[in-house]
Design a protein around this ligand. Structure first.
Ligand code: 5AD
Ligand code: SF4
Length: 478
C-alpha cells in the first residue's frame, strides 16, 4: 500500500507481549494499592514530537492502572521524558532529577524513570547509572512501547532497568494515548531525521526518517475531528520529506489535501518544514486548502551562504528567499516564523549581519533564537569556535531587538482587522486568550464557554507579541 510498513513496524507479536505485561502490571498494582490507584507524574521536555510521545507514555501508564497527578510529591512513579537539543535542556533535567532524591528517600518504593532523547545518548545513561543511583529506569526513544515490560521488571525484581537500544527506529501503531488537550491534537506523521545538520543531535537520538502510513494518519485525524478536536498539528522533523520514496500520490501535499477534505470545522497546522525540501507545490497546497492555517514555520538557521554550507543545510539564501517570495505572492497574509542559531562555530560578525538583513527582508512574525550549543557526537562539536560566549550574547541581543522591531511593525498593521481565532484558555478573570491562524496570540474579554471553539476577534490594540482585541459580533464576517 502506501508505506514501507514492514521495514519499520513493530510486529503484532511484540505488541501483544507488551499488552500481556500491561495486564501483569495491572494485577500487581491492584494488590499493592488496594485502596487507591497508584499515581504517576509525567513531565515532558522539548519539542511537540516529544509531547506526542509523552501522550503515549501517559496512555500506557493509565492502561496499566496508574492515575496521573501533577504533584510530584504524591507520585508513586515519576517519569521525565527528556530533550537533548541543547546543553541547557540537559542541565535542567540533571537538576530536576537531583531534586527527586528527597522524594525517593521519603518514599523508597517510588519508581523514578527517565526516557526520551537525552537518555538515548550513551554518555548520559552512564552518568545516570553512576551518579544518580536512585533512578530505577532509563530507556531511549526506540523502545517506548516496552514501557509495560520495564515497569513490570522494576516492580517485580527491584533491579534497575536500562535499555537504550540503538536502532534506525520503528513505527508503533495502536498504543493507548492520553491526550493533553481536548481541542488541540498532536499527530506525528513521520519520525526521525536523515539530514545531519552539523549542529544537531536529533538524527543520533531519533533514528532514520520513517513515515507513518497515509491511511493511519488520515484515520487518526478523522477520529480526532469526530471527537471534536479543532486544531490538528501534523508533526515531523521534516514533514516535506513525508513518504519521500513514494509516488506523488502519497507525499505531504497529498496528505494535506486529503486531510483538508475531511468534513468538519477545524484547522491544520504542521511543523517542521526544511527549506531544502519545501516546494512550490507545498505552498500552492497551503494556498488552495481553506483549512490549512496560513502560517509557515520555515527554519532558516542563518542568512549567510558559507555558514549554511558549514551547517550542512543544502540550500542557500537565494533559494530560501525565492520560496519566501513565492509564498507571499500566493498568500499575502501569510505568517512566517523561523529558527535561528547565533554563533555557529566560525561564524563572523559580517556573516551574522547577513542573518539580520534576511530578517529585515522576510519580516518574520516571530523567531525561535538560540545561541549555538555544542552537542557531543555532532560535526560542529569539534569545530574551532573562536567567538566568545559574551560576544555571541551581544549578537543575540542585536537579533532579538531587530525581530522585536519587525514584529511590532507587522502587528501594528493588524489594528482594526478581524481574525478567526481558536480560543485556548482564560488568561485572567474574564480575559480569554487564543491564536490567529498566523499563530499570533490575541487576548480579549469573553466567557469561558468559548474555550475550544472558534471566535471572530477584532484587534483593538496591537502590542509587539500579543494583540489585544474584542469579540466581533457582526454578521459581516471578514
Ligand atoms: N545549538 C543551538 N540551537 C540548536 N538547534 C538545534 N540544535 C542546536 C544546537 N546544537 C535549534 C535549531 C533547530 C531548533 C529546533 O533548535 O534552530 O531548528
Ligand atoms: Fe529535543 Fe530534538 Fe528530541 Fe525534540 S527531537 S525532544 S527537540 S532532541
Amino acid at each position: 500500500m502506501d508505506n514501507n510498513k514492514s521495514k519499520f513496524s513493530v510486529s503484532p507479536e511484540q505488541l501483544k507481549k507488551q499488552t500481556e505485561y500491561a495486564d501483569l502490571v495491572r494485577t500487581v498494582l491492584a494488590s499493592r494499592f488496594p485502596i487507591e490507584p497508584p499515581k504517576a507524574f509525567v513531565h515532558t521536555y522539548g519539542c511537540q514530537g516529544n509531547v506526542a510521545d509523552g501522550e503515549r507514555l501517559k496512555g500506557m501508564l493509565c492502561d496499566m492502572g496508574y492515575v496521573l497527578t501533577d504533584k510530584v510529591e504524591e507520585a508513586d512513579l515519576v517519569l521525565y521524558n527528556t530533550c537533548a537539543i541543547r546543553e541547557h535542556a540537559q542541565d535542567r533535567v540533571y537538576g530536576n532529577v537531583g531534586a527527586l532524591k528527597q522524594y525517593k528517600t521519603a518514599k523508597p518504593d517510588m519508581i523514578i524513570a527517565l526516557c526520551g532523547c537525552m537518555m538515548q545518548q550513551g554518555y548520559v545513561a552512564e552518568r545516570i547509572r553512576n551518579s544518580f543511583r536512585y533512578v530505577d529506569l532509563v530507556f531511549g526513544t526506540h523502545v517506548i512501547y516496552k514501557l509495560p515490560e520495564f515497569i513490570y521488571r522494576c516492580l517485580c525484581t527491584g533491579k534497575r532497568v536500562f535499555d537504550i537500544t540503538d536502532s534506525d527506529g520503528n513505527i508503533v501503531e495502536g498504543l493507548p494515548i492520553k491526550r493533553d488537550g481536548a481541542f488541540k491534537a498532536w499527530v506525528p506523521i513521520m519520525y526521525g531525521c536523515n539530514n545531519f545538520c552539523a549542529y544537531c543531535v536529533v538524527p543520533y537520538v531519533r533514528g532514520r526518517e520513517r513515515s507513518r502510513s497515509f491511511d493511519d494518519v488520515v484515520n487518526e485525524v478523522e477520529l480526532l475531528v469526530k471527537q471534536g478536536y479543532k486544531e490538528i498539528n501534523l508533526l515531523g522533523q521534516n514533514v516535506n520529506s513525508y513518504n519521500k520514496d513514494l509516488s506523488e500520490e502519497y507525499r505531504f501535499p497529498a496528505l494535506l489535501r486529503r486531510i483538508n477534505a475531511i468534513d468538519g470545522d477545524f484547522i491544520i497546522r504542521f511543523m517542521t518544514s526544511h527549506p531544502r525540501d519545501c516546494t512550490k507545490e507545498l505552498i500552492d497546497t497551503m494556498a488552495d486548502c481553506k483549512k490549512i492555517a496560513k502560517h509557515l514555520h520555515l527554519p532558516v538557521q542563518s542568512g549567510n551562504d558559507r555558514v549554511l554550507k558549514e551547517m550542512n543545510r543544502h540550500y542557500d539564501r537565494e533559494k530560501y528567499i525565492s520560496l519566501i517570495d513565492y509564498a507571499y505572492q500566493k498568500m499575502p497574509e501569510l505568517s512566517i516564523t523561523s529558527d535561528i542559531i547565533v554563533g555557529f562555530p566560525g561564524e563572523t560578525y559580517e556573516e551574522f549581519k547577513d542573518t539580520l538583513s534576511l530578517i529585515e527582508y522576510v519580516k518574520y512574525t516571530s523567531l525561535f533564537t538560540f545561541i549555538f550549543s555544542p552537542r557531543p557526537g555532532t560535526k560542529a562539536y569539534d569545530m574551532p569556535d573562536p567567538v566568545s560566549r559574551k560576544e555571541k550574547g551581544e549578537w543575540f541581543s542585536q537579533l532579538t531587538a531587530l525581530q522585536e522591531k519587525v514584529a511590532g511593525e507587522r502587528t501594528a498593521k493588524m489594528k482594526d482587522c478581524v481574525y478567526r481565532v481558536l480560543v485556548e484558555e482564560e488568561k485572567s478573570d474574564g480575559i480569554l486568550s487564543g491564536r490567529t491562524e498566523g499563530n499570533v496570540i490575541i487576548e480579549f474579554p469573553g466567557k469561558k464557554e468559548l474555550i475550544g471553539s472558534f471566535a471572530y476577534v477584532k484587534v483593538t490594540e496591537p502590542k509587539t507579541w500579543i494583540l489585544k482585541g474584542e469579540l466581533y459580533e457582526s454578521n459581516e464576517r471578514i
